[in-house]
Design a protein around this ligand. Structure first.
Ligand code: TXA
Ligand code: MG
Length: 315
């Protein structure tokens, strides 16, 4: 049985994590499947619970820069980004420090570690109560849509993990931006809650994962974010047996419609994205038809997840 813990039971979640058990917790982006990042056993259990291939490394969560500096080599660029965007939806991939206590499994054998300080008050309180870095991938089965509520976590992992801490629905709704600063040229590995525009204002133009000579994030090789129904993107018409994922004024004629944001607000759309995909992923629909979403700001992260979901079904 997975214990469902309220905010008042945070100490129980912290005790479980210190004992090496797995507990999911809310962050401002999506729920994370937490385990003691310094414990090989706990990290191995995370991979097993998710069914995640162990070549795909995990994000390690800390409360603040001081804790992160014990784990990785920070340069001025990294500290500058931390000053602007932590705590928040930005993950930095950095070289592991010589004495880094994080399990090699969490780094999937790489000489780098991905670090993030989440902004959610419960995540902050939990990290401080545990007093150790927490490895935490999104709390879904590998290849599924990330969870933005406790119900989503229990649907995916109920029975497989010790506990889940309830923090209500996640505010941002798409995962953190992952940027690789381990080499001289910064590389955007995953668009997310901090936008490319925000990062480029600080760092100048960013290389994309997969660009010539740029490292790739192992996670980008994975089929990801896939509902069971096929996705049709950028639709301008919808069939009567299809579900419509709308943005702005909805197209008419769909069997069912969820509108990500009637007002065309990308922040609202990101917050609603994963729950909407779950709602529409039902056998009575032949496909999920998705209206066009602008590629600016958070739209880049939304479209990245939608493209991967669409691609996932075909291959
Ligand atoms: O918002 C988020 O980032 C959420 C919450 C729970 O913090 N976590 C999350 O973790 O999305 P996950 O495991 O689902 O995604 C981590 C991504 C993967 O694409 C992985 O390949 C990449 O980060 N990653 C982790 N460590 C890396 C490393 N050392 N080098 C390159 N990519 C790395
Ligand atoms: Mg994930």
């Amino acid at each position: 049985m997975t214990e469902r813990l309220s905010a008042a039971q945070l100490d129980r979640a912290a005790a479980l994590l210190r004992d090496g058990a797995l507990a999911a917790f809310p962050t401002e982006t999506v729920y994370g499947l937490g385990g003691d990042a310094t414990s090989d056993r706990a990290v191995a259990a995370i991979f097993a619970a998710k069914g995640r291939p162990n070549f795909n490394p995990l994000i390690v969560h800390v409360a603040e820069l001081a804790a992160a500096e014990k784990l990785a080599e920070f340069d001025d660029r990294a500290r500058d980004l931390v000053g602007r965007f932590w705590p928040g939806p930005l993950t930095l991939v950095l070289k592991r420090s010589a004495a880094c206590p994080v399990s090699q499994l969490a780094s999937a054998g790489l000489d780098t570690v991905a670090l993030r300080a989440p902004a959610h008050a419960l995540a902050q309180a939990l990290l401080r109560a545990v007093g150790r870095p927490l490895a935490a991938p999104s709390a879904n089965r590998s290849g599924h849509v990330s969870p933005t509520t406790v119900e989503h976590v229990l649907d995916e992992l109920g029975g497989c993990i010790a506990a889940v801490l309830d923090g209500g629905p996640c505010r941002v709704g798409v995962e953190s931006t992952v940027i690789d600063l381990s080499e001289s040229r910064p590389v955007l590995l995953r668009p997310g809650g901090v936008t490319r525009e925000q990062l480029e204002a600080v760092l100048g133009p960013l290389a994309d994962a997969g660009a010539a000579g740029a490292p790739r994030s192992p996670g980008m090789l994975e089929r990801h974010y896939a509902p069971a129904r096929p996705l049709r993107l950028d639709v301008t018409a919808v069939a009567p047996d299809e579900a419509l994922l709308a943005f702005g004024t909805p197209l008419s004629g769909a069997a069912a419609t969820v509108n990500l944001s009637p007002a065309r607000d990308l922040t609202e759309a990101a917050a609603n994205l994963f729950a909407a995909l779950r709602t529409l992923d039902q056998p009575r629909f032949t496909a999920i038809a998705v209206m066009p979403i602008p590629e600016t700001g958070l739209g880049a992260a939304i479209n990245d997840r939608l493209r991967r979901a669409a691609r996932g079904r075909k291959s």
